[in-house]
Design a protein around this ligand. Structure first.
Ligand SMILES: [Zn+2]
Length: 360
């Protein structure tokens, strides 16, 4: 644990708190890394530290460097930000319009429900632009947080680009994404990019046991499977069935890669009868899988989301070039967008089933 009460990411905490203390805040930060690594947690904590009413200094640092600060966690801004309801820290994510004045949703930091769509849309970014062009309501800085921005439509990404090119004063934009590779390069180049790495297995195990009360053996297993992605391990620890289900789904996906067209179509047809939320979950998992294959085939060196299956991923990457892995990611994203628009579910899934890379 470090000075921001976050497990791991010490270097990022240090960098961010020194930027703030030294008056060097950037206009935009991108927190990148596989799902469950702690991007959202770190972004929220940073927003707290920026707007805390009684921050305290961190231990002294080498001469010439500004000392970092930590948030109190108890003042009004800290409390509201933690709940996702601070008017100057709007949280924008898939399908849920974020408004500083709307009280429809006290916390916008939750997953949208089926039917609302799941990618950040152009209108959401335009709304946000209007908000950030005004002075903050009560805080020093407006700190909009845009989550899972890799799922944003291209239109939404382009809209944000305009704001990033001419950032209003007193605005710090925080983005999270599974990988900078999944965003427009022009977006990435205008952000300070923090590529988050998994924590050590030992630290993840310790945090699971001490902070979450997960029993020894299970904490060990989850820490290993997570590859040090604590958020992922915590989610899995909360629901015994989730892990089994995830394993089953990955096995099925692997089967499909080698399966003939007929079997793929049959799977798509069966899947179309499942609840939408389940389909979205499956698409998310598939995204992490092809992203891993892309990382392995382009030797990117970034951490894998499915760390327990590294050997299989590397084996696939030897046979599937980066372009095909990228095309698979694009196909899955397009399918998600089509489902958002209430396209025929069965048709969309059948198209996807045929689009996924095949191995003979
Ligand atoms: Zn505070």
């Amino acid at each position: 644990m470090n000075d921001w009460d976050i497990v791991g990411h010490e270097w990022a905490v240090e960098l961010l708190s020194r930027d703030l203390a030294g008056g060097r805040l950037r206009h935009a930060y991108l927190f990148a890394g596989p799902p469950g690594i702690g991007k959202r947690t770190l972004a929220l904590k940073f927003a707290q530290v920026i707007n805390c009413l009684s921050p305290s200094p961190l231990p002294p640092v080498p001469a010439g460097e500004a000392a970092g600060v930590r948030a109190c966690g108890e003042c009004r801004p800290c409390t509201l930000i933690a709940k996702g309801s601070h008017p100057d820290v709007p949280i924008v994510h898939s399908g849920v319009p974020s408004s500083t004045t709307s009280s429809r949703r006290p916390s916008t930091a939750t997953r949208n429900s089926p039917g609302e769509g799941r990618s950040i849309k152009i209108d959401q970014v335009r709304d946000l632009e209007r908000q950030v062009s005004l002075a903050p309501y009560e805080a020093t800085y407006r700190v909009p947080i845009l989550l899972r921005f890799h799922e944003a439509t291209t239109g939404a990404q382009n809209a944000l680009l305009k704001t990033l090119e001419e950032p209003p004063p007193q605005v710090v934009i925080l983005l999270t994404a599974d990988s900078p590779d999944l965003l427009l390069p022009t977006i990435v180049s205008r952000c300070d990019v923090l590529n988050l790495r998994p924590t050590s297995i030992a630290k993840a195990k310790e945090a699971l046991a001490q902070r979450r009360g997960v029993a020894g053996e299970r904490a060990e297993l989850l820490a290993h499977l997570s590859g040090g992605r604590l958020g992922w391990a915590v989610r899995m620890s909360e629901d015994e069935e989730r892990l089994a289900q995830r394993n089953e789904r990955l096995d099925k996906l692997l089967g499909l890669i080698a399966a003939p067209r007929r079997a793929r179509m049959a799977y798509a047809e069966a899947l179309a009868k499942r609840p939408r939320e389940e389909v979205y979950e499956l698409l998310d998992l598939w995204l992490t899988w092809w992203r891993d294959v892309l990382l392995a085939s382009s030797h990117a060196g970034a951490p894998f989301a499915n760390a327990d299956r590294i050997e299989i991923i590397r084996g696939l990457a030897d046979r599937i070039d980066p372009e095909r892995a990228r095309a698979a990611i694009e196909a899955i994203r397009k399918t998600g967008e089509a489902i958002d628009r209430n396209a025929n579910l069965r048709l969309a899934l059948e198209v996807l089933a045929l689009d996924l890379p095949a191995l003979k």
